[in-house]
Design a protein around this ligand. Structure first.
Ligand SMILES: *Cc1c(COP(=O)(O)O)cnc(C)c1O
Length: 236
């Protein structure tokens, strides 16, 4: 098996260990292989190693790449969705991880209705309150939930976060705990199920699994370092 296959095996083993250590089942955690900037050829190497679930963060890139690959794969959108890309994105992705404000959710609902679709979404929470980051403010999400739940086309399946970049994986733990606790509070307040927590990337995915992630989004640890933006394979 090639490098990507070996990497996948290592990441899966680490997810398995973290799940076991925290009394969870490894099957409760989905590994979303983030293939952004990597071409279809590299994705095929991951497919050969048994991976079928992939994530992209640019609609333009996904529109070029996904049709080049087998149709039985599952694709998740993990980026900031631009309003004018919704129409192209809807048919490509089975789950949208980064729905980050009420207006975007409204637009998604409207276009989904026009297209006869029922998108599944996760709400992105700005766990550290960073001004530069997309996402719902944790203390405002409860208020905004009413508006979100009024959008009949959307199924809200959980929460997602991207903690601040840190040297130490352990620094992410408190944000993962916060996201889980916010999820629990919302479930109680709105008497609903929010089964999914999308958290954990190359630098901290095992910590996220220990804290309850049901989806980890891992790119670099599988596909290697990404090229600098100007050398990206696809432009957006
Ligand atoms: C790129 C990206 C990832 C993967 O990041 P790595 O550090 O390469 O694992 C995960 N989530 C989102 C939203 C991303 O944009």
């Amino acid at each position: 098996m090639g490098v990507i296959g070996d990497n996948l095996e290592r990441v899966r083993a680490r997810i398995g260990d973290a799940a076991k250590c925290s009394g969870r089942k490894v099957d409760d955690v989905d590994l979303v292989a983030i293939s952004k900037t990597h071409d279809a050829e590299r994705v095929r190497e991951a497919i050969a190693a048994g991976q079928t679930l992939f994530g992209e963060n640019k609609v333009q890139e996904a529109r070029a790449k996904i049709p080049e690959l087998p149709s039985n794969l599952r694709w998740h959108f993990v980026g900031h969705l631009q309003r004018n890309k919704i129409r192209h994105a809807l048919p490509l992705f089975e789950l949208f991880h980064g729905i980050d404000d009420v207006d975007l959710a409204r637009d998604l609902n409207r276009v989904a209705e026009e297209m006869g679709m029922h998108p599944r979404i996760l709400l992105e929470v700005n766990v550290a309150g960073e001004g530069s980051k997309f996402g719902f403010q944790p203390n405002k999400l409860r208020e905004q939930m009413e508006s979100l739940l009024a959008l009949p086309r959307l199924t809200i399946e959980g929460l997602m976060c991207i903690p601040p970049l840190a040297e130490e994986a352990e620094h992410s733990r408190k944000f993962f705990v916060d996201l889980r606790e916010l999820r629990d509070a919302l479930e109680e307040e709105f008497a609903m199920k929010l089964p999914h927590l999308s958290m954990g990337m190359t630098n901290d995915y095992w910590i996220a699994v220990e804290e309850g992630a049901t989806m980890v989004r891992v790119g670099t640890a599988i596909f290697g370092e990404r090229a600098k933006p100007k050398r990206e394979v696809y432009a957006d």
